[in-house]
Design a protein around this ligand. Sequence first.
Ligand code: GAR
Length: 201
Amino acid sequence: MKVGVMASGRGSNFQAIIDSIASGESPDVEIAQLVVNKSNAYAVKRAKKNKIKCNYVDSAAITREEFDKEVIKIMEASEVEIIVLAGFMRILSPLFIKKYKNKILNIHPSLLPSFPGANAHKDALQYGAKISGCTVHLVDENIDSGPIIMQASVEINENESEESLSKKILFHEHKLLPKALQLMCSNKISLEGRQVIITAD
Ligand code: GAR
């Protein structure tokens, strides 16, 4: 299935998907397109290296809807069916969510519904949580609130820093996101209300 990835920065989750395809673990996933909203996003270099089509749309210069319409045009041209937000740090408009209803995956560095938003690691530490982790979920109209596909947990130690917590969680993100995407692309994910049902092989 053709997948469009959206990223804003480093793109290590994007790389994890590339690696998972290369290793044969994601036979139903084909990355057809990368879209970034930051010109200096390192994800662009990863796309070039792997000969993946990449477009930059400057989100600062246009409205949210204009940006989303531009991205839809690009995704349609590449015949994308599934969207993955891999460190994409911008809210999508209802227009975009409707267009790809239940077809957008996001990776978030906390155990949702705890600590949504842009500062998940900092928020978990400040709150004094003893456990955090990451969540792959479907994207709906609200922030970090859609049906949960998979989660992994990590312990928060005394003296944990944002950096050390982020590193620990990232290790799990890189496993979880390609796994959830493969399930999605092999039609093994269905919804009952907000419960995600995963069909066994
Ligand atoms: C990842 O930790 C991802 O979970 C987080 O941004 C990082 C991107 O890293 N996403 C969010 O916080 C979304 N709210 P990457 O660019 O190396 O994949």
